[in-house]
Design a protein around this ligand. Structure first.
Ligand code: GCO
Length: 485
């Protein structure tokens, strides 16, 4: 690490456990290097070419719960600027790009009639990735459920399992010849929990019953969606799904109540969606209230339906959490102690800067017997940026990126099979309830002009990745030179 950086930043950015002098080659020739994005956060074009409404269009319109009442109607205008952004990804030396498909862009009513224009956009996007040597990694569901399905109960209606499978089939039929890497869900615990228990995300519910119903249906859909893809995709396709996770430690180590609260929180936040896929069922020994309430949604035979043999798990990690006993707080009688109260360095999201969390989570997931390959499908940090002419000196994001990649290598060196690293995110974008203020991009977006500027973190990534290898026959796209600088 460059010494001027370590003088500017707290020591949390520089874990002593990070292997020194890493290069791209250390990770092996098959390791995927990329960045991730999601439809609602980047595309904009919210009602262009026949797109239907999603629960995020509704939530941003009506809930009053988004910072500064912002919304994703324009976002980073990726729908119109995808070629520029893919050129930038390529210029940084990435080999893969992860994006999500907007379900209501393809199926405006959620099921039934296909919007050919919507499908056409993903055709062009996938072809544009391939033309640039960027492997497309496709997520089916990154939280923008069609409003028409929400009107029928959304995730709380068990029929969602069939709706998602139908959508998976449409996408597999259409893109299965070109897309090799598929992910069924993005972070089910977040869209189920923030959307149905905490009311922070669409559809804005605050109900324990809605939360558990949605959770069970999401777990079923995760497996059933995998089966729908497997039935239609070529044998070479790799099917995964993604999980949010954070290393958990007790507020007072050695305090039995905090230790038990930490185990319960780990069961809920880190284990809940992965264990059923392995045939282990939900981690209910730690969650008796959940066990009792879940019976209402569980049908006989569901244990089998929850299983699916994924080819990889997408691990998404941003921070560590500290848990404490909270006997008043269902469903797991525990609370997280906010990082600000703990006096540790934080990101713009208020999350503790803790790159070592990624290492601990890789170790934890790899320890499951039968675990498939792990891929870091999101990892990143939000910090306020200063836009100078042609430059964004984002020392903190750059240091975090470097440290997180180092921690991935640390896990690899200890035998964990990790197949890739996708930075969140390629460009700045709409950060859900927080609107546009938190910036996660390696590339800055000026939302007034949609001008892109590669941040220092992106330049560091480019240096680490060795820049874009020359690619024969590559088509040069208008806007590239000025955007890529
Ligand atoms: C997530 C989300 C992203 C967020 C990111 C930062 O999967 O949590 O995929 O949409 O923007 O995590 O909060």
């Amino acid at each position: 690490m460059n010494s001027s950086l370590s003088d500017q930043l707290p020591s949390a950015f520089f874990p002593a456990s990070t292997p020194a002098n890493l290069t791209r080659a250390d990770f092996g020739p098959d390791f995927r290097w990329g960045a991730s994005a999601a439809a609602y956060q980047t595309e904009g074009a919210w009602k262009t070419h026949g797109k239907g409404r999603s629960i995020w269009d509704d939530f941003t319109d009506r809930s009053g719960r988004i910072s500064r009442n912002e919304d994703g109607r324009v976002a980073a205008d990726f729908y119109h600027r995808y070629e520029t952004d893919l050129n930038l990804a390529r210029s940084l030396g990435m080999s893969a790009f992860r994006f999500s498909v907007s379900w209501p862009r393809v199926l405006p009513e959620g099921t039934g009639a296909i919007n050919r224009h919507g499908l056409g956009f993903y055709d062009r996007l996938v072809d544009a990735c391939l033309a640039r040597g960027l492997e497309p990694w496709l997520t089916l569901y990154h939280w923008d459920l069609p409003s028409a399905l929400q009107a029928r109960g959304g995730w709380t209606n068990r029929q969602v399992v069939g709706w998602l499978s139908e959508y998976a089939e449409v996408m597999a039929r259409h893109l299965g010849d070109r897309v090799q890497h598929w992910m069924v869900l993005n972070e089910p615990m977040v869209f189920v929990g923030a959307g149905h228990l905490l009311g922070l995300h669409a559809p804005g519910r605050r109900s324990l019953g809605a939360f558990l119903g949605a959770a069970h249906h999401a777990a079923l859909a995760q497996a059933e969606g995998g089966r729908a893809l497997r039935a239609l995709l070529p044998a070479s396709a790799r099917i995964g799904t993604t999980f949010s996770c954070s290393q958990l430690t007790p507020r007072t180590p050695g305090n039995a109540r905090d230790e038990a609260a930490t185990r319960r929180t780990d069961a809920l936040l880190n284990r809940f969606f992965v264990e059923p896929t392995l045939g282990l069922g939900y981690p209910l020994a730690e969650l008796p209230l959940v066990a009792w309430l879940l019976q209402r949604y569980h049908k006989s035979g569901d244990e089998q339906l929850l299983k699916f043999d994924f080819d990889f798990w997408g691990i998404q990690n941003y921070t560590r959490e500290v848990a404490r006993a909270a006997p008043w707080l269902p469903p797991h009688w525990a609370a997280l102690v906010p990082a600000k109260q703990r006096g540790v360095p934080t990101t713009d999201m208020g999350w503790e800067v803790c790159p070592e969390s990624i290492y601990h989570m890789l170790r934890q997931y790899a320890a499951y017997p039968g675990a498939p390959q792990l891929v870091i499908t999101e990892s990143g940090s939000a910090f306020p940026d200063e836009l100078l002419p042609g430059r964004v000196p984002d020392a903190a994001r750059r240091a975090y990126l470097q440290a997180a990649i180092g921690q991935v290598r640390r896990a690899q060196l200890e035998g964990v099979d990790v197949g890739g690293y996708f930075a969140w995110s390629l460009t700045d974008n709409f950060e859900w309830a927080q609107g546009y203020a938190p910036r996660f991009g390696l590339i800055h977006v000026d939302y007034e002009t949609q001008q892109r500027t590669i941040k220092d973190s992106g330049l560091w990534y480019r240096e680490f990745l060795g820049g874009a290898p020359p690619k024969a026959g590559r088509v040069k796209v208008a806007g590239e030179a000025s955007a890529a600088q």
